[in-house]
Design a protein around this ligand. Structure first.
Ligand SMILES: Cc1ncc(COP(=O)(O)O)c(C=O)c1O
Length: 396
């Protein structure tokens, strides 16, 4: 019986690598926490360089969160007030919130049962009224970026990638986050790199990053500390608002210490995901959607669909999985879930009719699977979930 053993802890993060303690101690002793105090080579600046190199792009700007990066990306694009931004209807509430924060209006696109943008609906909604596209690779599921880029380029609108969950994911030979004009990543604790909070945006466009640098809070001439961007930044000084969304040095040191861990976490996360997925796919009650052909995933969680359940059975499954020690959340059935679009009541106007996404959310299950989990823990989780479904669906 699964509940006779200790359930694995799927929430705690890994320890921050010990090698970074002396650097943190030095920062604490010197009090040098603000990114723009040092003349050069501040930890935040070094992180930006290392992160840009790691992804193979020209520029990076580290900020206080991925939400801040999304907000600054939209502001940097210099869109008209109330510009309409196409976003997937399956994402975290922070994404439409960043759109609203940037004084734009989110337009929600259907997401299919494989958790990826429904390209037919994307085509339909990519009208001349749309100013930009913001693709959330929600839970690290990559939508068809070839089709999205072709359609967006033909329409002449920029694409921002929300790669909060996609560090280390590849699309063919491209890194996710480098396909669109701007890519944004999160360092919040439930992401591949954990700094508690934090985010970063990457781009090859000097003009865009310069605008974002100023708006992130590079006041007076602090922007001169961004290597290779002095010229691009100079013309925006005092011309743009300062939203003060900077990253501080302690966070940068904590993030930088984990960059070397990324390949291992990606490989282990994928192995863990595929191990549990293979077991769930042997059950008639589940379907774990396969990745797209060009997609090499970097998951730290698993999503799967319930097959043949009604609402009552799905709710009972949620309760039973918790009792079994592997608490599964069904996005659309968990009260107030921030990933269910009908709960984004801060968006003006009626909640849109999105039957595909709604149906998906009512049966799509979510479970964290951090890279540090061991095979016995993964087996525990898979059998706890399978037993919960069997209990609900096979009782007389
Ligand atoms: C898909 C997605 N995008 C963006 C964010 C925002 O990230 P942050 O917490 O760093 O602002 C989150 C947060 O979990 C997320 O899940």
């Amino acid at each position: 019986m699964t509940h006779d053993r200790n359930p694995p802890n799927v929430y705690d993060a890994e320890a921050i690598p010990a090698k970074v303690r002396s650097e943190i101690e030095l920062l604490l002793q010197s009090g040098d926490l603000f990114r723009y105090t040092r003349k050069s080579d501040a930890p935040v600046t070094l992180l930006e360089q290392e992160f840009a190199d790691m992804l193979g792009c020209k520029f990076a700007l580290a900020v206080s969160s991925c939400s801040a990066a999304l907000f600054l990306s939209l502001k940097a694009l210099d869109l008209p007030a109330k510009a309409k931004i196409l976003i997937p209807a399956f994402t975290f509430a922070a994404v439409p919130s960043a759109v609203v924060h940037a004084d734009c209006e989110p337009v929600l696109v259907e997401v299919a049962s494989n958790f990826r943008v429904d390209i037919d609906d994307f085509k339909k909604k990519l009208t001349s009224e749309i100013s930009a596209v913001l693709i959330s690779h929600m839970r690290g599921h990559t939508s068809d970026m070839d089709q999205i880029m072709t359609l967006a380029n033909a329409a002449g609108v920029p694409v921002i990638e929300d790669a909060a969950h996609s560090l280390g994911t590849q699309w063919g030979d491209q890194n996710i986050g480098t396909i669109g004009k701007i890519g944004c990543f999160s360092f919040q604790s439930y992401k591949l790199i954990n700094a508690g909070e934090g985010g970063i945006m990457v781009t090859d466009d000097a003009e865009l990053i310069a605008r974002a640098i100023i708006m992130s809070g590079a006041y007076e001439e602090t922007w001169k500390k961004h290597p290779k961007l002095q010229q691009a930044c100079a013309k925006w000084q005092n011309k743009l608002p300062l939203y003060n969304l900077r990253m501080q040095n302690l966070s940068a040191v904590v993030v930088k210490a984990q960059l070397g861990e990324v390949p291992r976490r990606v490989a282990d996360g994928r192995r863990n995901h595929d191990h549990v997925a293979a077991q769930l796919n042997t059950s008639p009650w589940f379907e774990v959607p396969a990745p797209l052909a060009k997609e090499l995933r970097a998951p730290d969680s698993i999503q799967f669909n319930l097959i043949g359940f009604n609402d009552e059975q799905a709710r009972e499954f949620e309760i039973k999985s918790k009792e079994n020690g592997a608490p599964v959340q069904i996005f659309g059935l968990t009260e107030g879930n921030a990933r269910a679009f009908w709960n984004w009541q801060f968006i003006e106007g009626e909640t849109p009719d999105l039957p595909k996404t709604r149906n998906m959310l009512m049966r799509a299950c979510d479970m964290r699977l951090p890279a540090r989990l061991k095979e016995t823990e993964l087996d525990f989780i898979a059998s706890a979930i399978k037993n919960a479904a069997t209990f609900v669906m096979e009782k007389s």
